[in-house]
Design a protein around this ligand. Structure first.
Ligand SMILES: NC(=O)C1=CN([C@@H]2O[C@H](COP(=O)(O)OP(=O)(O)OC[C@H]3O[C@@H](n4cnc5c(N)ncnc54)[C@H](O)[C@@H]3O)[C@@H](O)[C@H]2O)C=CC1
Ligand SMILES: O=C(CO)COP(=O)(O)O
Length: 480
């Protein structure tokens, strides 16, 4: 059976020419309607509709037998098709060869000169030389993980468990202790090597153990990791302050502002412990489940004490986790706390099905609001634009794994906050932080339309739809 090519013209205003090829269709009649599908199919068998896969105004295609699938090999010279189009074609046994579609690849290749290639490979070699240089310059630095024997994690929820797991995987004789409140949960973790409540799918390394004995857990720890949700942190820390060695560095993972005081964790911790404990905050785009899967991740370790931030970098840095150091504690903490509130807003936009334009506009506005408030408090712009700022905003606002985004999307779909929180067994810090953000903004005379609207929605003062209407009808302003 030989291939036949048929070309026909669409008479709609938007498309002028439409070319299609069929090897099997007995009919090569043309279509005058953009809606009308051209039927093709192998040797009189089931016919497939393919014309709706072709989206460009003009496309020339060549058809051949595809023996393996008994389907149609479809090579469109000007139709690359979207990923969806390709998927649909694959599903129906129609094969599109995108590389031939537009000649773009050939054009790309022909545009590259030998000099371009040399420049690119030289640039990469330079990066590799820099790597060797830094490694040899640092070879006498302390290997912090090697010198660490015991790490205690206060709070054995998803993130505490994941950050403990990373260390335990990197050093098999490290004693990693999860300090929990619930005896039964601790026993289950020890008996099953799984955190059944928070991360049931993942096996924990053998050198992680759980206990409810705070004294034993905190004794002789080289590092203490704080992974208790923000709103419970003050009370919890006050209860263990006398059994924490004042010299042991505390690494804080919690992202939020305290309700009532609007304080950041770096302010709550010294107040609760009644002293200046060595402190480093860790924040960035880091979903616990992806850490458990060993996927590449980046995080910022921020401390006013630069040497401590570097020690934390050495403790945690691995081929799974890049750790950037920073001294901008305010920037890192404010980003982490405020992005959770913004993620609720992003979820609301999703739940209301307002579309991608709305989502992008909302997140851009939210980034500006975070910059206005955090900037007033002294955050550096490069921090806000970096991993713990824009990086975490992108992750939490755009990815369904986020609990804060999920709260928003369920609110947007019409559920009540009571129903949503009642069905969750994990914390969504943005819910409590939203009101604290508004208080802080008032104190610093900063106006935050989107973040304030989130607080109003959460408090039940306004319906999500009405809040969107109100925001859209604010006066038009210059870009700031
Ligand atoms: N899960 C994640 O992917 C990430 C979480 N974080 C932050 O880490 C912090 C902890 O979050 P998750 O571990 O995910 O939360 P979670 O909801 O999974 O677990 C919270 C843990 O805190 C404990 N806890 C709750 N109330 C307590 C209290 N009154 N006293 C002592 N312990 C208490 C719970 O028993 C549980 O072990 C939050 O601030 C969160 O924003 C940061 C980055 C990623
Ligand atoms: O902070 C996080 C990722 O960086 C986790 O976000 P959620 O608390 O919204 O799940």
């Amino acid at each position: 059976m030989s291939s036949s090519v048929s070309t026909f013209t669409r008479t709609t205003q938007t498309t002028t020419c439409f070319c299609c090829i069929s090897s099997f269709s007995s009919s090569s009649s043309s279509s005058s309607s953009s809606k009308q599908s051209r039927q093709i199919g192998p040797g009189g068998g089931k016919r497939r509709s393919v014309s709706r896969f072709l989206t460009s105004p003009s496309s020339v295609a060549k058809v051949d037998n595809d023996d393996r699938r008994g389907a149609v090999l479809f090579v469109a010279t000007r139709t690359t098709g979207t990923e969806n189009t390709r998927k649909r074609c694959r599903k129906r046994g129609v094969y599109i060869s995108p590389c031939r579609a537009s000649g773009a690849y050939e054009q790309f290749l022909s545009g590259i000169t030998e000099k371009d290639r040399k420049d690119v490979s030289e640039s990469w070699e330079k990066i590799m030389r820099w790597k060797s240089f830094v490694e040899s310059a640092n070879k006498n630095d302390e290997d912090v993980l090697a010198n660490t024997k015991k790490v205690t994690i206060m709070g054995g929820g998803s993130f505490g468990t994941a950050m403990g797991t990373l260390l335990a995987r990197n050093k098999s004789d490290l004693d990693v202790v999860l300090l929990l409140r619930n005896e039964q949960e601790a026993e289950t973790i020890n008996a099953t090597n799984r955190n059944a409540k928070y991360l049931p799918k993942y096996e924990l390394p053998k050198n992680i153990r759980a206990t409810t004995d705070a004294k034993e857990a905190l004794k002789d720890s080289d590092f203490i990791i704080h992974a208790v949700p923000t709103q419970h942190s003050r009370k919890f820390l006050s209860s263990v302050k006398d059994i924490i060695d004042p010299k042991t560095p505390l690494l804080c993972l919690s992202k939020g502002l305290e309700v009532g005081s609007s304080l950041m964790m770096s302010e709550v911790i010294p107040e609760a412990l009644e002293r200046d404990q060595p402190l480093c905050v860790l924040s960035g785009p880091t979903f616990a489940v992806e850490l458990m899967q060993g996927l590449p991740t980046g995080i910022v370790a921020a401390s006013e004490n630069e040497a401590l931030a570097r020690r934390v970098q050495s403790l945690y840095g691995s081929s799974c986790l890049r750790v950037n150091t920073s001294t901008d504690v305010v920037g890192v903490e404010m980003s982490g706390a405020l992005k959770n509130v913004l993620a609720i807003a992003a979820g609301i936009v999703e739940g209301l099905e307002l579309g991608n334009n709305a989502m992008a506009a909302l997140v851009a506005q939210g980034c500006a609001e975070i910059r206005w408030l955090a900037g007033k408090l002294g955050a550096k712009s490069e921090t806000l634009a970096g991993l713990s700022g824009t990086g975490d905003i992108m992750l939490t606002c755009f990815v369904n794994l986020s609990r804060n985004r999920t709260v928003g999307s369920r609110l947007g779909s019409g559920e009540t906050l009571e129903e949503i929180l009642g069905s969750m067994n994990q914390v969504a810090e943005g819910v409590a932080t939203a009101g604290a953000v508004v208080q802080l903004a008032r104190k610093h005379r900063v106006s935050l339309p989107v973040l304030t609207a989130v607080a109003r929605i959460l408090e039940g003062d306004v319906d999500p739809k009405d809040a969107v209407d109100q925001i859209m009808n604010l006066p038009q302003v210059p870009e700031v």
